[in-house]
Structure formats: C-alpha cells, structure tokens
Design a binder for this molecule. Structure first.
Ligand SMILES: [Zn+2]
Length: 211
C-alpha cells in the first residue's frame, strides 16, 4: 500500500477523475485519472516518473498532493488516520509507534519541501525497522529501533550537558566541550558520535528531534 492510498482511506469521500490509460506518475500503481497541474514552484518533479511524456496522477496521489498540510506540517499517518503535529511529537512517535497495521511519519523542518515524495511506497508495518521522511532529505531514512533508542539517550544526555546541536550533528566538538567531557567522564560518548553517528541521516533526525 502507498502513502496516498492510506491517506485517502482517512477520507469519507471518493475522488474520481477520468481514466487516462496509463499509470500514475507518482506511485506507478494505479491508473492516472488527473492532469498534472502543479504550480511552477512545485519542487518535486524530479521524483515523479515520466511515463513516455505522459504525466498524470491516480486519485489517491492527486488527493494527497493537493493537501497542503502534508508539505507545511509534520504528520503521523496510521491505520486510516492522519494527525498533523509538531515536529517533536512526530519524532517522539518514532520511539514508540502505536498502530495496528501500518504507519508513516514525516518530520518537517522549514515546511518548504515535500521530502516524502520518494517515500510513496515506504509505508511501515514494523516498529523494529522502519522508514521516515525528514526535510530536507530527498530520500526515506531507515531506522533500527535499538540504534534509534541508543542515539536518543545519547542526544538527550548531551543536550542536558549543554552541548550544542551543531556540535552533535557534525561531531566537531569545540575544545571547551572536550575539556568538559574529560572532566565529567563522557569523553567516550563524544568519540562514538564523531566516529559512528556524525552526519548519518538517522542521527540528524535525532539531533533535530530532541530538545
Ligand atoms: Zn498514484
């Protein structure tokens, strides 16, 4: 199932267009029924498949792409229900996803990109190993729950130690941070970030999501 099919399942109305005789340019799974008429500043063209110059959207993808809130807000989509939430709430959902059949989370940053375009077929059915979309990354980010929880604990601890998010994200800690780490005995944690976490996409989500 695609994100757009699961989204339309949250609606109690049918969207219907005119069958075009070729497949949807976004999901590639259903027949296109709608013209592709998005504004010139739509930033996702490169992620849509070209069907021999024929461009169109199925009813599900049409409904999804028309909903502006999907771009400007963070959201949690699960079991025929969608919630538009604060980024930190979307992030916290990753740590303990509650769902019955399927789910997906989008964490927005500036609300300018549709960073979920390439995730159309990445609806999750597991809470151990799953994808999430995070602006501005153009691809779905894979998470393993054990690694995510470890990263989260690490980031929460270091934020309590007043280490900046820029230092955490890049692993480039300033001399004062190293001094503090040696004095307070968490030097190994900084080394681990530098060697294993820094600049990996899942770590960037964690650093963004923690306080
Ligand atoms: Zn589609």
């Amino acid at each position: 199932m695609s994100l757009s099919v699961s989204y339309l399942a949250t609606k109690n109305f049918a969207v219907e267009g005119t069958p075009k005789g070729f497949f949807c340019s976004w999901c590639g799974q259903h027949e296109a029924e709608f013209d592709f008429n998005f504004s010139a500043n739509f930033m996702g063209y490169t992620f849509l498949k070209a069907n021999n110059q024929q461009k169109g959207l199925c009813r599900y993808c049409y409904a999804f792409l028309k909903e502006r809130a999907f771009r400007s807000k963070s959201w949690i989509l699960r079991d025929a229900k969608v919630d538009f939430v604060k980024p930190k709430d979307a992030y916290n959902f990753l740590l303990n996803p509650t769902f019955e059949k399927y789910w997906f989370v989008y964490i927005t940053n500036k609300g300018q990109k549709q960073s979920w375009l390439s995730s159309i077929l990445h609806l999750n059915t597991s809470k151990e190993r799953f994808y999430c979309a995070f602006e501005p990354f153009d691809y779905p980010i894979l998470f393993q729950i054990d690694r995510l929880k470890e990263m989260n604990d690490t980031a929460v601890f270091l934020r309590q130690c007043k280490i900046s998010k820029t230092e955490l994200k890049t692993g480039l800690f300033n001399p004062k941070t190293w001094e503090k780490a040696i004095r307070d005995n968490f030097e190994d944690i900084l080394k681990k970030i530098k060697q294993e976490y820094a600049n990996t996409p899942d770590w960037e989500v964690v650093v963004y999501g923690v306080k």
